[in-house]
Write a protein that binds this ligand. Structure first.
Ligand SMILES: [Zn+2]
Length: 343
């Protein structure tokens, strides 16, 4: 098998499919690249753009894209005028004006590459008139053009747009793959991994399948509140298993954020953690969002019955709803502790 799209982490099936399409000249003239923020949509877009113009694209003895020919270097370095990035700029949505620019430019042949690639960021924010104005160009662009519509979800796009562009979905990346990537790409990650393995493992879990998020979390300032949320969720569950350790419960309540917005984030993290435990009760294979280590989740889930976990979910969700509705913070937290049998 030819080495292909090696800079894209995980996503093996997607890489194989695209390699096949490029080699056999079956690349569509438009794709929707769908996936959460930080899941590698931009990397995929640039890799695909490079592959289409790589001087070695037809040589099976070279990786695809080779990454070393002048064309690859230019495109992957972000210096090619044949890769055109379009976004909404300062506006809230993507209007007809952007589509008009594309329409004017699309018939100008690429400067120096085999393909001219339009990377359209946050394509799901395109207004309906813009999408309608785009349809004809999207359907029959010049042969050298590739449109890549990037979005977290293709759902808001018109069916007529979706039917003209196959969806390529980036999959969440496993913690092992994120680990390998960070070790390869970041000296900071290597240091943290060696000096504080527990915190590094927490970072991998908190990245939640996203390389972009993992990179952000390498910054200690970004990481701190997230790791605090995760630690609070664990403490809460630990207290639930201790069945009324009032002193520790009060200490726990005091350690929750006094700021409403952050407190809501802390409780949302707790909900994700509870959801994992519920999943562990029902199935052995569902992907977990909070726990990187399934065994840790399973042994914690073992401490609770399913009705108990459902009850806790309801209680935490209800607490969140009250906080969103501006309820008094201290009172709401005390009520949470009483309802969860901590006090
Ligand atoms: Zn190349």
């Amino acid at each position: 098998m030819r080495e292909a799209f090696e800079r894209i982490v995980g996503n093996r099936r997607l890489r194989e499919r695209l390699c096949d399409d490029v080699q056999n000249g079956r690349v569509s003239h438009a794709y929707i690249l769908e996936g959460p923020a930080g899941s590698g949509k931009h990397t995929l877009a640039y890799q695909l753009a490079a592959a289409l113009s790589c001087e070695h694209r037809h040589s099976l003895s070279h990786p695809l894209p080779c990454g070393t020919c002048p064309s690859c270097k230019k495109i992957l370095g972000g210096h090619s005028t044949d890769v055109i990035v379009k976004n909404r700029g300062e506006k809230a949505t993507f209007g007809v004006d952007v589509i008009r620019e594309i329409k004017q430019d699309v018939y100008v042949a690429p400067n120096e590459s085999a393909a001219k690639v339009y990377v359209i960021e946050e394509a799901d924010l395109m207004t309906v008139p813009a999408q309608n104005a785009f349809l004809l160009t999207l359907e029959e662009p010049p042969a050298y053009v590739l449109f890549l519509l990037l979005c977290e979800s293709a759902e808001p796009l018109l069916e007529t747009v979706r039917s003209r562009a196959p969806v390529l979905r980036t999959e969440p990346i496993t913690t092992d793959d994120i680990d390998r990537y960070l070790v390869r790409e970041s000296a900071e990650a290597v240091t943290l991994r060696a000096q504080d393995p527990t915190e590094y493992t927490e970072l991998l879990a908190a990245a939640n399948g996203s390389i972009g998020r993992a990179l952000t979390l390498l910054d200690a300032k970004e990481r701190k509140p997230i790791l605090t949320r995760r630690s609070l969720a664990r403490t809460f569950l630990q207290l639930c298993t201790e069945r009324k350790n009032s002193l520790a419960a009060v200490r726990f309540l005091n350690s929750m954020s006094p700021k409403r917005e952050e407190l809501c984030r802390q409780l949302s993290t707790l909900l994700i953690c509870l959801r994992d435990l519920l999943l562990c009760k029902q199935t052995e294979s569902a992907p977990l969002c909070f726990f990187a280590d399934r065994e840790e989740a399973v042994s914690l889930a073992y401490e609770f019955t399913t009705p108990e976990l459902l009850g806790l979910c309801d209680t935490v969700q209800d607490t969140l709803n009250r906080l969103y509705a501006n309820a008094n913070i201290n009172l709401t937290l005390t009520s949470l502790a009483v309802r969860a049998n901590l006090l």
